[in-house]
Write a protein that binds this ligand. Structure first.
Ligand SMILES: Nc1ncnc2c1ncn2[C@@H]1O[C@H](COP(=O)(O)OP(=O)(O)OP(=O)(O)O)[C@@H](O)[C@H]1O
Length: 629
């Protein structure tokens, strides 16, 4: 490196015995230089003072330069300053390679790397009495914004000086980083929790919606991606969690460090800071007390689960509020909970939240969907089987879901679809708290809380002889009903929540009033599942457009809306019904166009003729038609 630098020095036209112009800047120019480097200067000066305290009385000085190697500030021992003045190691003088040849400051800038230049390694012979160690200081984009240097008499050389300089430079970078983003979430992370808050920590900032903004040197290293590559990422794509999980976590009563799984599979612990215009909050995670070695390594999905409790489901709908209130009263009291609700209303999410808020939260949450497992497999899936219980391929033996849930919660979704014969076995497990795997003579004690969910009317199934009455009474300690989406009064909040938590863009999109009005009128047969999928697609369609509008809606959704209007009873004219439902003129206009489009098989010209408007009017109202194939 030194030899290459010497060649560069020669190319700059310098000779070793040259005595370049050392004239420093005027006081005004120097003040201007400091002003131009205000952020660097204000964070570097305290770090320089700390560094100087460690090397005081060793015939050394500490120097700060700007990105071009011009000295902005210096601190030093009086006896050495005199010598330093002779070679112009003073504020306002440039120490780039171009003006001084090979030297630690100029070469560190040229190489973008920490550099020590000792004695006659300096290109100019007038500098041979020096030993200098310099480290570049970079900003959040990785641009060199300055250099920190310790220079001294060559006899004072100490091999630890370079390490001190590097650590101080890192400290300055981290402090500058922390001060750069005002409206952001800043994550401090490391694979080892004891390194959080030290110079070794990775720091990454995200917009409040979760878009990646920047990472410090160690952050880039830990994430294993370059700054340009990271710009395409979000909190969710890097850590597998929606950014809303951070907010949720922050609201917990005694948050500890977060446990996150990075995109490359490496697990890190983290502390988050939410720096918004109304103040700084420290966000930390709640899992400090969990003995990590005893836990299965959590996937990003389980980490998300851990972060959702009952209060985060409460987004203002009165029906749901009542459900949550009732559930809260029986938490931890061994009262079986049965959740009723249409498909996609969030039954599993509620069960998970109940588990998370229960005294069993540290235990497993195991969900089994009785409708999706073939009848012949449910028994082994639930109860497990012993080696040799089967002939053929599956003869290794397996632990069933009931035992997997030991110490935690077993969520039996679609319990109404459980085969009748198995219902008696399940009842026995619940009463005796023992499981006997298939093919085994031995019973194993098990301690599980059971939460059930169903979309069926179980009483009717009992009357039809499809469901056991004794099991029904064993399971329905508290029955709660989740409202379908069409009845929820908090749709707007829910939409915002899903947009920030579930979409790839991490909540950078807003939703237009027009779309929201359509949402409020829609029947949502698939409930949250349908809404979540729709918003994911719409956010992708919207791309860089901030607002999700009608043109970003998938055609099948618009078709559904049109069909709903079509299916309205003919007795009351559609317009009257819509007025009664509180629709405005724009919505009625839209519904009329959609209906006419439907009636004309999607033909825009025929629709325009039928409505007595131009084709352009139709395209203006439904711009997505233009881009439809
Ligand atoms: N309150 C909510 N806010 C945001 N998303 C939700 C909410 N409730 C449910 N979801 C989402 O909707 C989808 C379906 O939820 P879930 O599986 O809990 O419903 P379910 O009632 O158990 O469905 P099914 O009866 O079909 O099993 C999931 O992706 C879930 O994350």
């Amino acid at each position: 490196m030194i030899a290459i630098s010497h060649r560069r020095s020669e190319q700059f036209g310098l000779t070793p015995d040259a005595r370049p112009d050392f004239g420093p800047m005027s006081g005004t120019d120097l003040s201007y230089l400091v002003e131009q480097n205000r952020l660097l200067y204000s964070h570097a000066v305290p770090a320089m003072e700390t560094l100087y305290q460690q090397i005081a009385n060793t015939h050394n000085m500490v120097l700060l330069t700007d990105a071009q190697g011009v000295i902005v500030h210096s601190l030093g021992d009086a006896d050495f300053l005199e010598k330093a003045n002779r070679v112009a190691l003073t504020p306002g003088v440039a120490w780039s390679e171009e003006s001084k040849g090979t030297n630690a400051i100029g070469t560190a800038i040229a190489e973008r790397a920490p550099t020590t230049v000792h004695a006659d390694q300096h290109f100019l012979s007038s500098n041979h009495f020096l030993t200098c160690s310099a480290a570049p200081i970079t900003d959040h984009r990785g641009n060199v914004v300055g250099v920190l240097d310790v220079s001294g008499d060559r006899r004072s050389f100490h091999k630890h000086t370079m390490a001190l300089v590097r650590m101080s430079a890192l400290m300055i970078e981290n402090q500058m980083f922390a001060a750069t983003f005002e409206n952001a979430i800043t994550l401090h992370f490391h694979t080892r929790p004891e390194f959080i808050g030290t110079l070794m920590e990775g720091i990454a900032s995200f917009s409040p919606g979760g878009r990646f903004l920047a990472a410090n040197r160690n952050g880039l290293f830990q994430l294993g991606l370059s700054f340009p590559a990271l710009q395409a990422h979000t909190f969710s794509s890097l850590f597998g969690l929606p950014v809303s999980a951070l907010y949720d976590h922050y609201r917990t009563a005694a948050p500890g460090l977060l446990d996150l799984c990075m995109h490359n599979g490496v697990r890190v612990r983290a502390r988050a800071e939410l720096r918004l215009t109304n103040g700084v909050h420290v966000l930390t995670g709640a899992f400090d007390d969990v003995p990590q070695a005893s836990l299965p390594q959590p996937s990003a999905k389980t980490a998300t689960r851990r972060l959702s409790g009952l209060r985060y489901l409460n987004t203002g709908d009165p029906q749901l509020e009542q459900v949550i209130e009732k559930v809260n009263r029986v938490l931890g009291r061994d009262v079986p909970i049965m959740i009723m609700g249409e498909t996609g209303t969030g039954k599993e999410l509620l069960a998970q939240a109940i588990h998370n808020d229960s005294p069993r939260a540290q235990g497993p949450f195991v969900a089994v969907n009785c409708a999706s497992i073939p009848e012949t497999l449910i028994e082994s899936e639930l109860f497990g089987y012993e080696d040799g219980a089967f002939t053929g391929a599956r003869k290794k033996g397996a632990i069933g879901k009931i035992l997997q849930a030991n110490g935690g919660t077993l969520f039996l979704d679609e319990i109404g679809d459980m085969p009748y014969a198995l219902q008696a076995r399940l009842l026995r497990v619940l009463q005796e708290r023992m499981v006997t795997p298939l093919g085994s003579g031995k019973s194993i004690a098990v301690n599980v809380e059971v939460i059930c969910a169903t979309n069926h009317n179980l009483r009717r199934r009992i009357a039809e002889g499809l469901f056991r009455e004794d099991l029904y009474y064993r399971l329905n300690g508290l029955v709660v009903k989740l409202p379908p989406l069409r009845e929820r009064t908090d749709l707007e909040i829910v939409v915002r929540k899903i947009l920030s938590a579930e979409t790839e863009t991490g909540g950078t999109h807003t939703i237009s009033d027009e779309v929201l009005r359509l949402f409020k009128r829609h029947k949502w047969p698939g409930n949250f599942r349908q809404l979540t999928n729709l918003l994911r697609t719409a956010a992708i369609m919207a791309g860089d457009d901030e607002e999700i509008c009608l043109r970003h809606m998938p055609d099948d959704f618009l078709d559904d809306i049109a069909e709903t209007s079509e299916a309205a009873p003919a007795s009351a004219p559609a317009a009257q019904q819509m007025v009664a439902a509180g629709a405005n003129l724009e919505e009625m206009e839209l519904a009329a166009i959609l209906k006419a489009l439907e009636a004309n098989g999607g033909n825009v010209s025929a629709t325009a003729r039928a409505l007595g408007v131009s084709r352009n009017t139709i395209y203006r109202k439904l711009p997505h038609l233009k881009t439809s194939p």
